[in-house]
Design a protein around this ligand. Structure first.
Ligand SMILES: CC(C)(COP(=O)(O)OP(=O)(O)OC[C@H]1O[C@@H](n2cnc3c(N)ncnc32)[C@H](O)[C@@H]1OP(=O)(O)O)[C@@H](O)C(=O)NCCC(=O)NCCS
Length: 198
């Protein structure tokens, strides 16, 4: 499928490109990204290159995983990424990370809201077999910043237990939440305070 370009108040969301590789490599040296996402460890320049050639480009072509770069309208440096992956029947899974210098300014809730709103109205959702209706979020226990993003967007907490996303062959305890069109705009409900603890 064609890459989808989105715009929010402060951001442009478009395809990560080769020019972003040095930034992706630098951002992914960060401890929080290695602790809470599934990026390779240690993270080498080759991993950033592989991310573009083996994840981003085929993901858009096949429509299996849609990855957007976040960029401020004022200048095009990549800030981080947000993705939607075809997950199980009727569901897509959202994933995101932001380079450390760009955190705490509400960029990820803004971007994730735009991506989810696009998905609910897209043929990517309506023409899937079966049609998709739900976006799921999952984060390891102890990642309050991610849970705060999910709640701001409108995700409803659905439980804590064995994760469904493999992390180096394990499925550690994770919080889960779901978003449907009627949950937008947020904030989501049912969240226990433990989801916001380190
Ligand atoms: C999760 C993440 C994308 C949040 O994005 P963001 O744009 O910073 O989100 P927000 O600005 O809404 O901040 C979320 C909350 O975390 C707090 N926060 C977390 N890290 C922060 C930092 N380094 N500086 C400032 N605030 C931070 C914010 O204060 C905010 O709290 P609030 O809702 O009470 O205001 C970012 O922290 C990140 O990249 N983390 C590492 C990777 C990761 O965990 N990805 C998710 C895997 S499930």
């Amino acid at each position: 499928m064609d890459v989808v370009r989105l715009e929010t108040d402060r951001l442009i969301l478009d395809e990560p490109t080769d020019a972003d590789i040095p930034f992706i490599y630098a951002y992914c040296q960060d401890q929080l990204i290695s602790d809470f996402t599934t990026v390779p460890q240690p993270y080498r320049l080759r991993d950033a290159e592989n991310f573009l050639t083996k994840v981003v480009r085929p993901g858009w072509v096949n429509g299996t995983e849609l990855t957007w770069a976040l960029r401020r309208k004022s200048e095009p440096t990549i800030l981080g990424v947000v993705s939607l992956r075809a997950w199980n029947d009727a569901q897509a899974m959202v994933g995101f990370w932001l380079g450390a210098p760009w955190r705490g300014q509400g960029y990820m809730p803004e971007a994730t809201a735009a991506v989810c709103d696009w998905a609910f109205d897209s043929t990517w959702f309506s023409d899937a077999t079966p049609p998709k209706s739900t976006i799921v979020w999952e984060a390891l226990v102890g990642n309050p910043a991610s849970a705060l993003v999910a709640r701001k967007v409108g995700f409803r907490y659905t439980g804590t237990g064995r994760g469904e996303v493999a992390r180096f062959g394990e499925f550690p305890p994770s919080h889960r939440a779901e978003l449907t069109r009627s949950d937008r705009p947020g904030p989501g409900d049912n969240w226990p305070t433990e989801a916001f603890s380190k």
